[in-house]
Design a protein around this ligand. Structure first.
Ligand code: SF4
Length: 72
């Protein structure tokens, strides 16, 4: 699983850090960054991604296929 944060979309609300604090942290600009990709389990990371109000967290599987946000 690959985790990316779109810095343009991140508003620094901190929700992902609250849900998955071992995986995400806010950097000096107040934007979320991936601290330790395997810091939390995958279910928790997915919960964090789904809770992001701007859809800034992008999850891909090991083959590079996007899992979240779901494509229409
Ligand atoms: Fe940024 Fe989304 Fe995390 Fe909020 S939940 S800090 S908008 S990535």
């Amino acid at each position: 699983m690959k985790i990316e944060v779109d810095r343009e979309l991140c508003i620094g609300c901190g929700t992902c850090v609250s849900i998955a604090p071992e995986t995400f942290e806010l950097d000096s600009e107040g934007k979320s960054v991936v601290k330790i990709p395997q810091g939390n389990d995958e279910e928790t990371i997915m919960d964090a991604a789904k809770s992001c109000p701007t859809g800034a967290i992008i999850i891909k599987d090991d083959n590079g296929n996007q899992i979240w946000p779901e494509k229409q």
